[in-house]
Write a protein that binds this ligand. Structure first.
Ligand code: TXA
Ligand code: MG
Length: 304
């Protein structure tokens, strides 16, 4: 076992918090079964306690101990775990995850990450880790260990470096309740991929009668700089975040116009431009595939 992992486990066992690398974004992780630990997560993040946390699990045994899996939920887990999908399921009676992590709801959000370091940590810890993205509430999510250090500085004693998050956008959150799948948050797993496995699903983005997630606060993922979207060209004083072959970009999410590459670059590039400019214009991004999640994050980052 490497030193950073040993140290991380020591901290987790004593009820403390660590930065946890995952393939989507870095998480602020602690023992999901201890309410003192979970309350520290809310406090450190500045997160309202009505907004529940995802519990990260290692395998299906750990998953089934906490959430009630229907056939539909099993099908999704089989297709996409480990990976960037969170399932919101009825909480099991006897669920050891504390009520506070669920924000008192009767549903439990579970995710099995595929990042090696995260998997090792959860396996060795032996219990689910509650982990929201490791940023102060409302800020841009971290995709590198150094971003987590910028957010929390001395408040976090251990941030094992798992490299840059390869996907770069949060997991797709799916509620699987009453035989129906609803996308509560678009993310790194595209809706089209999910529909290939389970057929058409609902989305709370465009369906007012669909279930909602308490976490979909309007302004979120926001830089300090003013953000202007769907900009074909920059105006005076603006940095220009391109996508595709525009001329005169300050940074480009993907010169080839590749949405996967753009998703992986989005948060790190927003952070970099935010540290140097007061205004950022962003090129138009197509709304299909991962573009749905990228545009969702950009829209919520641009609200004032
Ligand atoms: O990729 C990710 O999902 C990252 C990494 C660290 O795993 N985590 C993450 O966590 O993005 P967080 O806390 O920033 O977002 C969790 C989302 C929130 O929108 C929250 O409201 C929703 O999941 N959520 C959690 N439990 C829920 C529940 N029981 N019902 C509905 N929504 C829930
Ligand atoms: Mg977050």
């Amino acid at each position: 076992m490497t030193d950073p992992i040993r140290k991380a486990l020591e901290i987790l066992n004593s009820g403390g918090l660590i930065g946890m690398p995952t393939e989507t974004v870095y998480g602020l992780a602690g023992d999901a079964t201890r309410s003192e630990t979970v309350s520290q997560i809310y406090a450190l993040k500045g997160r309202p306690s009505f907004n529940p946390l995802i519990a990260h699990i290692h395998d299906m045994d750990m998953a089934e101990a906490h959430g009630a899996f229907s056939d539909l939920a099993f099908k999704l887990a089989e297709a996409f775990w480990p990976g960037p999908m969170t399932l919101v399921l009825p909480s099991n009676p006897g669920n050891a995850i504390c009520d506070l992590a669920r924000a008192g709801l009767e549903t439990q959000a579970l995710r099995m990450p595929r990042h090696d370091l995260a998997r090792t940590l959860i396996r060795e810890f032996g219990k689910p880790l509650a982990a929201p993205s490791a940023n102060k509430s409302g800020h841009i999510s971290p995709t590198k260990a150094e971003h987590v250090r910028t957010e929390f500085g001395d408040e976090l004693a251990c941030i094992p470096d798992g490299g840059a998050s390869v996907l770069g956008l949060e997991s797709t959150v799916l509620a699987v309740l009453d035989g129906e799948v609803t996308m509560l948050r678009p993310g790194s797993l595209a809706k089209e991929e999910i529909e290939r496995v389970v057929g058409p699903i609902r989305s709370s983005l465009n369906d007012d009668t669909a279930p909602r997630s308490p976490g979909m606060l309007s302004r979120h993922y926001a830089p300090d700089a003013h953000l202007r979207l769907n900009a074909d060209t920059p105006q005076a004083g603006e940095a220009y975040l391109g996508f595709g072959s525009q001329a005169e970009t300050t940074l480009n999410l993907s010169i080839e116009g590749n949405l996967q590459e753009a998703a992986a670059n989005l948060y790190a590039m927003l952070r970099e431009l935010d540290s140097q400019y007061d205004a950022i214009a962003v090129a138009p991004i197509p709304e299909d595939g991962l573009g749905l999640a990228i545009n969702d994050r950009l829209r919520r980052a641009s609200l004032s």
